[in-house]
Design a protein around this ligand. Sequence first.
Ligand code: ADE
Length: 248
Amino acid sequence: MASQATIWRATVLTLFPDMFPGPLGVSLAGKALASGLWALEARDIRDSATDRHRSVDDTPAGGGPGMVLRADVLAAAIDAADAARDQPKVRPRLLMSPRGRPLTQSRVMELAAGPGALIVCGRFEGIDERVITARGLEEVSIGDYVLSGGEIAAMALIDACVRLLPGVMGKQASGADESFSEGLLEYPQYTRPQEFEGRPIPEILTSGDHAKVAAWRQAEAEALTKARRPDLWTIKAKQKRPKTTTDG
Ligand code: ADE
């Protein structure tokens, strides 16, 4: 098992620490958490408020609706989280935000290979821009839709990382064969019964010819990717294209 010093650690800064571990406490991630393969700490941003009312937000400068998370309070929460750890502060600091760069499997793989992450969950209309710069926060989005806060987005990111940690997936395939790791969507899967509501399993899958099965799966994965995710397919096609002198 990984030692305390090297364990993958997620520190989440949130106004709703009770939301954690939530779904991360069950199934694959939950078992791995219980057995010490990774660690999770949810810290309440409100603990860093300094006034009598423990306020963390205020009205936006320049006017407009909603409330903005204060830079001083959030910076203090980040600094307190850093100070609470004896390890060097090398973890990436992420801010879950619909404005961020979209999360990809390759970024997930990078994060999983590192020491963990400090993850700030936004709420309200946003957070004061100055803390993003001052504390070097990397804004990360999990998709082009708006959640009511960053907590569920943080859980999605953590789950995607944790399942890649050594020992977490056990004997299951290491994730090398699944959607995105090859830049393709996953091919269709089937199991018993042999016929379901008049629909048989594609014959090739029960033929016992491994080479033909592999070729069929590859073709299906490519067809699905072309149809559903032309954006991914374009990237894939560019990667496959042999280098020419005009490629730069
Ligand atoms: N917070 C609110 N919406 C979000 C999204 N789509 N991704 C990440 N964080 C968010």
